[in-house]
Design a protein around this ligand. Structure first.
Ligand code: SF4
Length: 198
């Protein structure tokens, strides 16, 4: 099945417990004020993948504890989300999904995925409730739902918010994780040093 992806990181340590394969789904119609991920909003942008290719890639990626789904809004491409979550769960990988929807709506309309998610974090980013004190989230309205025994609630105290900076071969910089991105970008100073390697 084809679906649209904004970005993939195969080994990130800042989007959930341990080291994770992370998929940013393209497309979100919620448009929360202050959203940092505006370039994930337009479903006409992004890159087409097939769920089969992504599942194979995940299962061939070494040293990951699980997979994180975020975006964008993963539930706006529900069939693809369900297929991937089901496959990776059945291969004993952990699953964490972020959504801008509320848990009550997920239970009402998308409940068939819940047995295949270990942790769900609901609620879009709310600028007026900005709070970086809890891991992986940026505002106090967001809630953690532990849907299996795989992750314990204590991880909320064990993990801190962190940011990763990835520099691609073409020089593009991709920042992920959670923190005050606006402040980071404003203060980012890049120093380069050229060395002679004789
Ligand atoms: S739900 Fe998430 S991705 Fe969508 S607009 Fe809100 S913060 Fe941005």
């Amino acid at each position: 099945m084809e679906f649209k992806v904004h970005h993939i990181l195969k080994n990130t340590k800042v989007e959930g417990p341990d080291t994770r394969y992370c998929i940013w789904f393209q497309g979100c119609s919620k448009h929360c004020p202050g959203c940092w991920a505006k370039d994930t909003w337009d479903i006409n942008k992004g890159i087409k993948y097939t769920t089969e290719n992504i599942i194979n890639d995940i299962l061939n990626t070494k040293n990951i504890e699980g997979v994180t789904f975020l975006g964008g809004e993963p539930f706006e491409q529900f069939d693809a989300l369900f297929e991937i979550a089901h496959a990776v769960h059945n291969n004993n990988l952990g699953t964490l999904c972020f959504t801008g929807k509320n848990y009550s709506e997920i239970k009402e309309k998308y409940s068939k995925i819940l047995p295949y998610l270990d942790l769900l974090i609901d609620g879009g980013f709310e600028e007026k409730n900005k709070d970086f004190s809890r891991p992986w989230v940026g505002s106090s309205n967001q809630n953690y739902y532990f849907l299996s025994d795989r992750y314990k609630e204590e991880i909320i105290k064990e993990y801190k918010n962190k940011i990763e900076i990835n520099i691609k071969k073409n020089g593009a910089i991709f920042i992920n994780g959670m923190g005050d991105f606006n402040k980071l970008v404003k203060n980012l100073k890049i120093h380069t040093q050229v060395t002679c390697k004789k």
